[in-house]
Design a protein around this ligand. Sequence first.
Ligand code: FAD
Length: 332
Amino acid sequence: MNVADYKGVLVYIEQRNKEIQKVSLELLGKGREIADKLGEKLSAVIIGHGVQNLAEELIYHGAEKVIVVEHEILENFVTEPYTKALTEVIKKEKPEVVLVGATSIGRDIGPRVSARIHTGLTADCTSLDIDEETRQLLMTRPAFGGNIMATIICPDHRPQMSTVRPGVMLKLDRDTSRTGDVVVFDAGLTPSDLNVEVLEIVKEDKKKANIEDANVLISGGRGVGSKENMSHLYDLAEVLNGEVSGSRAVIDNGWLDKDRQVGQTGRTVRPDLYIACGISGAIQHVAGMEESELIIAINKNPDAAIFEVADLGIVGDVAKIVPLVAEEIRNS
Ligand code: FAD
């Protein structure tokens, strides 16, 4: 393999029901930065059926080239044809860097594609940078049970591939003056590539909490004390127009549903305001919220690790402080 033959940055654009997923726009933002540092092009690849009209939106978010793979067997996400399509695009384009969202779809096809093109993949990254001199992608993710943050490189193979957690990168502002090319790519798909038959698609009944999109998160930890006490957090969330999330201790205790867990094995969030209530600040929790704009921590232990990442700290009993704050804001 000649590493120098590989050029540019390619972002896999995840669409569900023909809607571009937010993580893909976030990766275009990061991809743009990496491409600029390398002096290369940023491309996006979108795979599906009836998705070509989404290409413009990707250009508005920073892509200079959009590669569209269209086929009727791509109507619903199915592992095999999507893997084949992305593999063929990478073989043809030879990008230096490939970024994929660490969603259930990205985690499914990312490793399969990397195996087929004989390169490495760093999964579940929480930060990315590029060494402009060596052109190596510095891919950072929690390792050893979340006890350290490891920065991983892929020195001898290309592309350098990474799946990246939703919510950690910033998307660019939509700019309709950006221009780019749209290219339709024939991945050589045939109906026989669809190796499963989709009998029925059942939509989940329960409305999932979407804590990744909330601007304000009131997050509870074991220090909240009980499931009943969580109501104080919901009160505060209501006055601040936010959502309630929690640490793993709270989820394990059954005080909140799993889709509200913040951290290494939960969601990564980046709200404007994150209020940590009775959360100790374990590294596995902090990994999921440290990029928040403003972090306020309430904890009765003045030495709690959460105060190290907080912009503002309140030492005290969460059961007293949270209702007072909610009351104060309500009356203001
Ligand atoms: P504790 O650590 O028990 O902290 C409770 C805090 O509340 C303490 O600081 C205490 O001083 C304070 N407190 C107590 N009473 C009050 C009061 N009345 N008023 C104010 N403060 C009070 N954790 C996550 O959160 N997310 C993850 O995704 C995650 N993934 C993990 C993955 C792995 C592989 C491992 C090993 C662990 C993971 N954890 C995760 C668990 C993590 O290590 C911690 O155990 C967990 O975050 C602790 O939750 P906590 O801060 O709510 O509880």
